[in-house]
Write a protein that binds this ligand. Structure first.
Ligand code: FAD
Length: 287
């Protein structure tokens, strides 16, 4: 099923997972999926490190298992910065052969480990390429606070419009900790003529180092009330985990009350936090 068809009937709930590291035991991802599949998600998306290696085949295999073994719709992430056209065709053909219908088409981060190929410089180019040659449902990433490389949010929204015009039919946001950024982003996107179902990306923060790294890497702002929580509980992992879950629940309750199209939970492969959040909000998702 194309996940874009799910919107409008209820508040969509989806999860994001990442493939295990090469050194980790493969079975850990199936333990994660066993924990998440009981929470009735509308779909699960699987990341793909632009660094390459055999991560791509893991993404394809896990996305295929989510769909065929767990009976849950899946989305495969596909960053394009280091791909040649041949590489892209190879992966897209594999995804098609596995019956995967949904792709989150991304540029990927430009880091020391990634050598840009030059064929696809921005996500809109990959989106257009997929739209012209395949029948996948295409999802694109968006940034309520603006992408870290953008000069301003207005420029970033113009670039988002390119992705919509190229053929994306659904959006998912980077994590944010202040819902006002999301509401302002929605207004700006609507003014720019972007009319696509948009999931709010929410991350239950359970670790101080992890959120500090993310905010630096992605340019996400830490609201004062959030900073107070991590400062207070940084040396008590259990309390910090519970406070992070409570904070995410508050964000989600407010988003649902504002009529958000969907919630995309960055699970960090931790079913415990996803379960606590699901238990707190599942009755609200149906209304
Ligand atoms: P783009 O849309 O290409 O945007 C990148 C920058 O270029 C922005 O500043 C934008 O304003 C600008 N821009 C866009 N189009 C144009 C254009 N045509 N001309 C000029 N400027 C332009 N990374 C991974 O490697 N693997 C993953 O699995 C992964 N999953 C993600 C999931 C989500 C929900 C999100 C939000 C991000 C994910 N990322 C992942 C990170 C993502 O690859 C980075 O945020 C990356 O820096 C930008 O990707 P993009 O697809 O938004 O790029």
């Amino acid at each position: 099923m194309k996940t874009s068809e799910l919107f409008g009937k209820k508040t969509v709930l989806s999860f994001e997972i990442f493939p295990p590291k090469p050194t980790a035991d493969e079975k850990v991802i199936y333990e994660t999926l066993d924990g998440l599949s009981g929470l009735n998600p509308d779909f699960i998306s699987v990341t793909y490190g632009a660094g390459g290696g055999n991560n791509c085949s893991k993404t394809v295999r896990i996305a295929s298992d989510i769909k065929h073994k767990y009976g849950i719709e899946s989305i495969a992430h596909l960053p394009c910065i280091n791909l040649s056209e041949e590489d892209a065709v190879g992966i897209l053909n594999q995804l098609e052969a596995e019956g995967i219908e949904n792709i989150l088409a991304l540029r990927g981060d430009i880091t020391a480990e990634v050598t840009p190929n030059g064929r696809f410089t921005h996500a809109d180019e990959l989106i257009r390429f997929i739209r012209e040659k395949y029948h996948f449902n295409i999802i694109a990433a968006c940034y309520p606070e603006g992408h870290i490389e953008s000069k301003c949010i207005v420029e970033d929204i113009e670039n988002l419009k390119r992705k919509a015009d190229a053929g994306a039919s659904q959006l998912v946001t980077q994590l944010f900790l202040d819902n006002d950024f999301f509401y302002r982003f929605q207004e700006r996107a609507a003014l720019a003529g972007i009319d696509l179902p948009t999931e709010a990306g929410i991350m239950p923060v359970t670790n101080k180092k992890q959120i500090e790294r993310m905010t630096k890497m992605c340019g996400v702002q830490l609201p004062e009330k959030f900073r107070r929580i991590i400062d207070k509980y940084e040396n008590n992992p259990e309390a910090l985990r519970d406070a992070g879950i409570a904070y995410a629940i508050n964000q989600i309750v407010d988003l649902i009350a504002h009529g958000v199209d969907g919630i995309h939970l960055y699970t960090m492969n931790k079913p415990y936090a996803a379960r606590k959040i699901y238990e707190a909000v599942y009755s609200m998702l149906k209304v």
